[in-house]
Design a protein around this ligand. Structure first.
Ligand code: PHE
Length: 392
């Protein structure tokens, strides 16, 4: 584990900060028996992210967003007279790590809140732990509806897949004029299975036909059998609701087999690696929906893009970075409003959150989900290109 933010401060400072907010220094940051914890008075936040492994692009990006947010907040004095201490743990893009990490955050590090994950499947693993211990968890970008259904301590700052599935379906019918579509989904991913379902419902309701459905699993490398079956079925579009690694190979192999119809998917496509894996040429006539475009002219989006570039060597932020940033911002706003880091009060302020961040206005509905605009991106000359924006 790496401690990426402020250094430990002396115990006196902790006492002073605690006096300011009228609580004992042990309230949220006491070291657990047998070590760990923190005695500096900092507000400890735990983030779990796929920093390595197959979806490393997601975790790294979203972590840069949270890092930037806490650095800005700490430079401006923190909250409640205290600084944020931002811990991060790597899920390695694996199943089975997230609940263990959440448990460690809660019992050893005494975090006031948990941020993560990008992937719905891993958010679903950690959420029951946070719910059980009454520690608010905010997913930046998990879009499967089930994530926040785990309970009232679980939040997200992004839209959900019933919306995303419907907008992809509308784009397929109206813009691409697709009538007969194939679906090639990842059965090992809650996100993929869900997005396929919401697309299917909407596409069929608007008179379209799902001619063939094929499946794969995370880490598969050869999709020729599925793609050959799809080719034989004769479709005018293919939905691939997956993550960029497999999607990149699928698009590449489809074009190699002479399948040139439009291919489309959701936010899981978004990573520069997609272009590296598939190649710019194969990605012609492909489209995906996501949460953010750096081309967005809104002042909050632009100030985020500028700060991100300045902080990370000119790198342009993507949707995960923007949502990571907004997840940390939401937490900070809620702590300031609550005047405490106590879980129950914090949860109430999170439910009532309303601020404008990098991805637009973040206001949650009764299910603790955000309604936000989506964007559609295509690829041109080996570069992602903003196509259109869709209101919730
Ligand atoms: N929405 C995806 C999921 O729930 C994760 C994701 C978010 C991927 C944003 C890319 C961009 O698993």
């Amino acid at each position: 584990m790496k401690n990426l933010t402020s250094p430990r401060r002396v115990f006196l400072a902790a006492l002073a900060a605690a006096a300011l907010v009228g609580c004992k220094p042990s309230e949220n940051s006491a070291p657990a028996a047998g070590g760990g914890g923190d005695t500096s008075g900092d507000i400890i936040v735990g983030e779990f992210a796929s920093l390595t492994g197959t979806e490393a692009a997601f975790g790294q990006s979203s972590h840069k967003g949270t890092q930037l947010a806490f650095e800005q907040v700490n430079a401006a004095g923190g909250a409640l007279g205290r600084k944020f201490k931002h811990l991060v743990e790597d899920t390695q893009s694996k199943a089975g790590e997230s609940a263990t990490i959440a448990r460690k955050f809660v019992s050893r590090d005494k975090v006031v809140a948990v941020l993560g994950e990008v992937a719905s499947g891993r958010s679903l693993e950690a959420a029951p732990v946070c719910q059980q211990f009454g520690v608010p968890m905010i997913s930046p970008s998990s879009t499967n509806p089930k994530v926040t259904e785990i309970g009232d301590f679980i939040f997200r700052v992004c839209f959900i897949d019933p919306f995303q599935g419907k907008l992809i379906s509308e784009f397929a019918t109206k813009t691409l004029k697709a009538k007969k579509v194939a679906i090639l989904s990842d059965v090992s991913s809650a996100y993929s299975v869900g997005l396929a379902q919401y697309f299917r419902e909407s596409f069929v309701a608007s008179g379209g036909q799902i001619v063939i459905e094929q499946k794969y699993s995370n880490k598969d490398k050869d999709f020729k059998a599925q793609l050959t079956a799809i080719k034989a079925a004769g479709v005018d579009g293919i939905l691939v609701p997956g993550y960029y690694n497999e999607v990149g190979l699928i698009v590449k192999q489809a074009r190699e087999l002479g399948v040139m119809v439009p291919m489309f998917g959701g936010d899981g496509w978004e990573a520069q690696e997609l272009i590296q894996i598939a190649g710019g040429e194969a990605l012609q006539n492909t489209y995906y929906s996501t949460h953010f475009s750096p081309a967005n002219k809104a002042p909050e989006a632009q100030s985020f893009v500028d700060a991100f570039k300045a902080r990370f060597n000119g790198e342009t932020p993507d949707a995960m970075a923007a949502l990571g940033y907004d997840s940390a911002r939401a937490l900070v706003e809620a702590i300031k409003k609550a005047g405490t880091t106590e879980g129950k009060k914090l949860k109430e302020e999170l439910a009532a959150i309303d601020f404008v961040g990098a991805t637009g206005r973040t206001k949650l509905d009764a299910k603790r989900d955000a309604a936000k605009p989506a964007v559609i991106i295509t690829t041109e000359g080996g570069k992602f290109k903003f196509l259109q924006s869709i209101e919730p």
